[in-house]
Write a protein that binds this ligand. Structure first.
Ligand SMILES: NC(=O)c1ccc[n+]([C@@H]2O[C@H](COP(=O)([O-])OP(=O)(O)OC[C@H]3O[C@@H](n4cnc5c(N)ncnc54)[C@H](OP(=O)(O)O)[C@@H]3O)[C@@H](O)[C@H]2O)c1
Length: 233
């Protein structure tokens, strides 16, 4: 049975993915920054016993990520860097950008992923088929950019794409596959009510991707089904 670490697993896509993975015979380490509020996730854990462990994990904190890595013994086969924020309204201009939004978004969406990967590398190295999925977004594509909305979020996802592509070269000799993957436009607190698919639909496609990806896709920007070609950097 493979083990998956998911960050931000208490709601949205992360929660739906945790639920779909435990139902598909994966062991899930469900990262969550405020475990005291994670009522649904705790219920899911209680229903699945050892298969789902709720793990306190704030990706913006060096101490929290290091403590989570210290808590987990053994192997992690897959890291899903799902935790993310989009604090903007989307209508900001250069004169009205809140630089604190930029700092917070970078801290979580970019450095958060780097922190988790660094701290959990020893766990991945124990796997026969190690994979990392960084949840990116079409808004992180530079070549498809045709407006100025969501500055901090879009810039953070473009930076995450570069982190992914760069790490692909560093980690390839160890057989670790790393990809950027877009979950689609999903009805969550972040995606809003008008989004095109439910969190469950996104999660079901992501499970397919998790099962399918391997070294042939290392360093690629994938759609939610794990296919290359739809998204361009
Ligand atoms: N929804 C979409 O349409 C869409 C499209 C493209 C990409 N994505 C990406 O998919 C991922 C999940 O999005 P979503 O729609 O599920 O968002 P969401 O509903 O807003 O959920 C975000 C999750 O991230 C967690 N999180 C935020 N900061 C964290 C931190 N410092 N440490 C640990 N967890 C933290 C949140 O925890 P709290 O409950 O504690 O805040 C929550 O569990 C994100 O990376 C997002 O950028 C989403």
């Amino acid at each position: 049975m493979e083990s998956v670490l998911i960050t931000g697993a208490n709601r949205g896509i992360g929660y739906a993915l945790a639920k779909a993975l435990v139902a598909t015979d994966f062991r899930v380490f469900a990262g969550c920054r405020k475990t005291e509020n994670a009522v649904s996730l705790k219920k899911l854990g209680a229903a699945h016993g050892d298969l789902l462990q709720v793990l306190p994990l704030d990706v913006s904190s060096d101490e929290s990520v290091a403590a989570a890595a210290h808590t987990l013994e053994g192997r992690v086969d897959i890291i899903v860097n799902n935790a993310g924020v989009m604090p903007e309204r989307g209508d900001e201009k250069i004169t009205s950008i809140d630089f604190d939004h930029f700092r917070d978004t970078f801290e979580i969406n970019v450095l958060g992923c780097a922190r988790v990967i660094r701290s959990f590398l020893p766990h991945l190295r124990r796997s026969n088929r190690p994979r990392i999925l960084n949840l990116s977004s079409g808004l992180g594509s530079i070549s498809e950019r045709d407006n100025f909305s969501y500055y901090a979020y879009a810039v953070s996802k473009a930076a995450l794409n570069m982190l992914t592509r760069s790490l692909a070269f560093e980690l390839a000799p160890e057989g670790i596959t790393i990809v950027a993957i877009s979950p689609g436009w999903v009805r969550t607190d972040m995606g809003g009510d008008d989004a095109s698919i439910s969190a469950e639909e996104s999660a079901s496609a992501l499970v397919e991707a998790i099962q399918g990806i391997g070294p042939n896709l290392n360093g690629q920007f994938l759609d939610r089904f794990g296919h290359a070609g739809k998204y361009v950097w």
